[in-house]
Design a protein around this ligand. Sequence first.
Ligand code: C2E
Ligand code: MG
Ligand code: MG
Ligand code: MG
Length: 281
Amino acid sequence: RAKDDGAGQHRAYEQSLHAEAEERRQLEAALRFAIDRNELSLNFQPVVDSVGEHVVAFEALLRWNSTEHGFVSPAKFIPLAEDTRLIVPIGEWVMREACRQAVAWPDRLKVSVNVSGEQLLEPGFATTVVKALADSGLPARRLEVEVTESIFVRDAQVARQALEEIIALGCSVALDDFGTGYSSLGYLRAIRFSTIKVDRSFVQGAAQGSRESLAIIRAVVAMSDSLEMTTTAEGVETASEAAMIRDMGCTKIQGYYFGRPMPAAEALALAQRCLPGRAAA
Ligand code: C2E
Ligand code: MG
Ligand code: MG
Ligand code: MG
């Protein structure tokens, strides 16, 4: 009996693996045509100044509404796009679309674009940025590129060179999800990041009274201050979290409290209201 159960369990496990592989295969096939079928769009989430609470930037966040699969979470399709290198053409589409939208906003607002390692390490990356800026008319100083620490794992030297080219154009670079990856401080010495984005898990931890999370946020703020970088706290969901983060000296705040990721038309309307105060109000 025990042996039968073991074999049965093994079969069930194999079947679930098979189902997963099959789903991935179908998603990948659909993703290949997503750009041509106009299934991709960008949402924009406001980033606000922690003191005045006025909008200073929007982060572009990719959405995929698939004909066959409906809305697919970025947590699912971004890794798939990275594994298949589809992130290269998709990322180029994101860059162009983000610049095209941002050029309609007031000049003081920046747009942040997430860039994967696969994209950054592609030889023509800086050229695609130059083209997106030129074709849209967006000044380079209004574009911020967000990368995570993972870009340094595969080829740190090439990643660094690509970022230096972007900085030389006049763009800024933010270090996203800081603290969740291989937080080696060497990267902070090698590259002139303008912003460190403190991962949501620390903000949530601090909100729940974790002394470790609080201490880590304080340390990141102190370090970025002395390196003349700014800090953005991700995932701020309540007024008390916003107050806590501001009191700890984070420069900027991003999260559902100030505004969820929204379609381009809503972001434009919000950008044009231009009023200091809560973004969502
Ligand atoms: P990220 O760059 O760290 O983006 C922030 C994520 O946190 C977004 O998830 C956003 O919707 C979510 N978020 C913002 N505020 C809150 C909050 O207050 N509470 C909670 N619970 N979540 C909040 P999203 O849009 O699902 O994107 C997930 C990740 O997918 C992004 O994380 C980024 O790594 C990746 N991604 C999204 N768009 C692109 C893209 O165009 N290119 C690349 N390479 N990656 C992208
Ligand atoms: Mg990001
Ligand atoms: Mg992030
Ligand atoms: Mg994050």
